[in-house]
Design a protein around this ligand. Structure first.
Ligand code: GDG
Length: 493
């Protein structure tokens, strides 16, 4: 397990589980553990730290206590005692304005460079600030609790993602008022946009200043780091050093780090080794696979159009290939997402109607969440994974596909607009906006000779095996420790 010398306080929009009432009305934990939780939760347990976040309930729900994990719970959060969890309970309306109104209707599209979709509303931004203050107040409670139990330790507060971009500054002020020393780190899971995008946000100066409340800021890619430095320099007039990735702000030095996230590689590989085979129409049938949250950034409609063009250009592939698309419902109460679902349903229906034969349909569309074991089986038994978002911070699906390729090597088709595209060089690159080339790339992937597939996949696997999620976590902890030594220096002119 990855070690940290400081007690870790994680501050994230969500707790690593949600709290629900079971059929008998008893409060229970419902697990929603992804790779991040799997890697980070044991560090919180080990360092006697805390996790601050939303439990899935609102203030009106009067949550009385956080239930302990059940005795048969084998998940990575099982060791997290209820006293290590601090729930953030906001009034329902405030939560809606903050989460749907600001995070998802403004920051999500803007940070994915889709400004036409972004709504800029002052009241929603105010709700965002209020919510961030509430998360910060609970994080300061967490720090005080640790300080009382371990007075010599300097807690490491690790804030996650675009829902909490202002929390670092509020936590800093709270801890200073209490006279408690902390290290503050922030990690953004989505892209950080260019100055051209950021300047469209009417309160960009306040946002940037609040992000700079952290001592250490992590993004997936160097490009996102440079975007952030650029914004701080141009909007706030900060002095920056692009080589050392430093920003001077209010007489403090803030460090910026490219920290590309990854997956629990071995867990996916092991799942793929035991998962039952995917049922095919015939043993020769080749599966093309897409796995995404149903989100407009993921390029789902572009993908269906490219697949349609591929079938038009290559009728010889009819009845020989099948495209399985898993689309996980997401933000279903938002109109834009409902419209996207309707568009996708229609495009898939049209294509299936046009090309289906008596024994075969070109697209198997799963709207819902499947088990991780089933997912591993799909990854393993697919000949081609189509990972072609219009924009994506990293994209873990590309990496999970590679980890699960334990049998016949398949081909990864990857968009350069996903963060993963900048390191997974052996994938076939595709621009999702260019339908003709997209269709040709699908054909190239489906007909690629075995030697080439083997070579590409073995190189992809080697990289992902070495740089898994634990490597990411270790790199993060190392970067925070280095900061303590380096930021005592000066910014070169
Ligand atoms: C954000 C950033 C960044 C999907 N369907 C099922 C299922 N999944 C799991 C996958 C994967 C995860 O969901 C999706 O991760 P992504 O990285 O592709 O995308 P986002 O949700 O948008 O995540 C992204 C990430 O944060 C991490 O920093 O890479 O850029 O947008 O792990 O396996 N899991 C199960 N059933 C499904 O049907 N069990």
């Amino acid at each position: 397990m990855v070690q940290s010398s400081s007690p870790m306080v994680v501050v994230a929009n969500r707790l690593p589980f949600i709290v629900k009432k079971d059929e008998n009305g008893v409060l229970v934990r419902k697990q929603c553990a992804g790779g991040l939780v799997t890697a980070v939760a044991p560090v919180v347990v080990e360092t006697r730290g805390l996790w601050v976040g939303w439990p899935g309930l609102h203030k009106e729900d009067n949550l009385e206590y956080i239930p302990e994990s059940s005795p048969d719970d084998k998940s990575p959060t099982a060791g997290l005692k209820s006293e290590q969890v601090i729930p953030v309970m906001l009034p329902r309306q405030l939560f809606d304005d903050y989460y749907n109104g600001c995070c998802n209707a403004c920051f999500w599209p803007l940070f994915h460079s889709m400004p036409d979709r972004a709504l800029f509303q002052s009241d929603k931004w105010q709700a965002y600030l209020t919510a961030n203050k509430e998360f910060a107040a609970r994080a300061v409670d967490a720090v005080k609790k640790i300080h009382a139990e371990q007075p010599d330790a300097v807690p490491l507060v690790w804030i996650h993602d675009y829902q909490l971009m202002c929390a670092a500054n509020f936590i800093r002020n709270g801890c200073e008022a209490e006279g408690i020393q902390v290290k503050l780190a922030f990690f953004l899971h989505i892209p950080f946009p260019s100055w051209d995008m950021m300047r469209l946000f009417p309160w960009d100066d306040e946002l940037l200043q609040n992000i700079l409340g952290a001592d250490s800021i992590g993004f997936h890619l160097e490009d996102y780091c440079f975007n952030f430095l650029d914004c701080c320099q141009r909007r706030l007039g900060c002095r920056t050093d692009r080589q050392k990735m430093l920003i001077k702000h209010n007489a403090r030095l803030v460090t910026v780090h490219p920290l590309p996230i990854s997956i629990p590689y071995e867990r996916f590989q092991s799942l793929a080794q035991v998962a039952p085979a995917v049922v095919k129409n015939n043993p020769e049938e080749q599966i093309l696979l897409g796995v995404d949250r149903l989100d407009y950034t993921k390029g789902l409609v572009h993908r269906i159009k490219a697949f349609e063009r591929f079938l038009e250009k290559h009728p010889e592939q009819i009845e020989k290939v099948v495209f399985i698309q898993v689309a996980v419902p997401s933000r279903t109460d938002v109109k834009e997402y409902q419209e996207l679902k309707e568009e996708l349903d229609m495009e898939i229906g049209k294509l299936n109607g046009r090309f289906s034969t008596a024994n075969w349909s070109p697209i198997r569309y799963i709207y819902g969440c499947i088990s991780q074991e089933q997912l591993a089986a799909f990854y393993r038994d697919s000949s081609v994974a189509l990972v072609a978002p219009l924009r994506d911070g990293m994209n873990l699906v590309a990496k999970e596909f590679v980890a699960c390729q334990t049998k016949e090597p398949g081909v990864l088709v990857l968009s350069p607009f996903a963060g993963a595209g900048s390191s997974m060089a052996e994938a076939l690159q595709v621009n999702p906006y260019e339908t003709e080339l997209y269709a040709d790339t699908i054909n190239r992937a489906i007909t690629m000779p075995k030697e080439e597939r083997e070579l590409r996949m073995s190189l992809l696997k080697k990289r992902e095996r070495e740089k898994d999620v634990n490597y990411w976590l270790e790199s993060f902890l190392e970067s925070v420790n280095c900061d303590c030594k380096n930021t005592s220096g000066r910014l070169s002119p």
